[in-house]
Design a binder for this molecule. Structure first.
Ligand code: GPP
Ligand code: MG
Length: 306
């Protein structure tokens, strides 16, 4: 270690780690049809998975199939219709996940402010705003996502209430105690939980609500399985064990009030997604295997800021 003289020029401290740069690179380059084609349907762009039962009739072709999604051009072939119905069904399940998270944020008033940590292309903040009329601040480490989300809010004419920022969710610079609710929707695996929850606790007012939906590895399985490691490599993330969430929440004045294992509710989404050959990214079988062998859980945690 070198100790610099007090009067020497301050060392250049990088504003974010090399790892955080690589994560930003991933999201700046990301253009998966499974995200863009789904988001395009109603301009709600999500970066999380879906929950709930699948309407399997979307796989049917021909006259017995489900009705076409609204706005589908009549000139589409039967195969195109099937693909469009699968896309719409996956989006419906992702939307259900976003709605479930949003229900746990409230009750909120239009004067309240919420913080969306790792907001991606912005869908979650829009969902919260549409439900409660609240102000929202979304933060993403990707400049491209922040710009995209900002443009979406502008087009919806909600940019006076819903704002997106290219910032680090661990160090937002937002005012302390200013938020009635905050959340991470599948973004905790990119950060150290102690640092993350310290920032949420700082931003939330007393009695404020924190919600996360996350993929975690199951302590009962042991350590991270092969499948969990493959998911980490795929997204450049670091999935935490379930135990770490509760330890880090407790140390940061966040007290769980509701915990729900969403694993069973998450499987149908992946069963459908694996068959959506126009949308698959290659990670589908790994998720299904991780859920099936018990090494991975999809979890909802709701906590009060005390
Ligand atoms: C969802 O994003 C995935 C993540 C944010 C990272 C990992 C999440 C876990 C629960 C482990 P996405 O919607 O961009 O992913 P995809 O392109 O696969 O749909
Ligand atoms: Mg996705």
């Amino acid at each position: 270690m070198t100790i610099a003289d007090a009067d020497s020029t301050a060392a250049q401290i990088p504003p974010q780690s090399t790892y955080q740069h690589r994560v930003a690179d991933y999201w700046n380059a990301e253009e998966n049809p499974v995200n863009l084609e789904l988001g395009k349907l109603d301009d709600l762009y999500h970066h999380h998975y879906g929950i709930g039962e699948v309407d399997w009739s979307v796989l049917d072709t021909g006259a017995r199939g489900a009705p076409d999604p609204e706005g589908a051009p009549e000139s589409l072939s039967a195969a195109d219709h099937r693909r469009a119905r699968i896309t719409a069904e996956l989006h419906r399940l992702e939307q259900a996940q976003a709605e479930l998270l949003a229900t746990h944020l409230g009750p909120l008033t239009p004067e309240d402010r919420v913080f969306d940590a790792g907001c991606g292309r912005g869908g979650g903040s829009v969902v919260a705003h549409l439900r409660y009329g609240c102000f929202a601040d979304g933060v993403t480490i990707s400049a491209k996502q922040a710009d995209f989300a900002t443009e979406q809010a502008r087009r919806r004419r909600i940019d006076h209430k819903v704002r997106y920022h290219h910032r680090n969710m661990l160090d937002t610079g937002f005012p302390s105690g200013a938020y009635a609710a905050s959340w991470n929707n599948e973004s905790t695996m990119y950060v150290e939980l102690e640092l993350l929850f310290a920032e949420h606790a700082r931003l939330l007012r007393r009695g404020g609500r924190y919600v996360t939906i996350t993929g975690c590895y199951d302590d009962a399985y042991g350590r991270a399985s092969r499948e969990v490691s493959l998911i980490n490599a795929h997204y450049i993330c670091d999935i935490h064990p379930r135990s770490e969430y509760f330890r880090a929440l407790a140390r940061n004045r966040l007290v769980p009030v509701h915990v729900q294992d969403l694993t069973a509710a998450a499987v149908p989404y992946w069963e459908l997604r694996r068959q959506a050959e126009h949308l698959t990214t290659g990670i589908e079988e790994t998720f299904l295997a991780a859920y099936a062998n018990g090494s991975f859980q999809y979890l909802l945690i709701v906590a009060d800021r005390v």
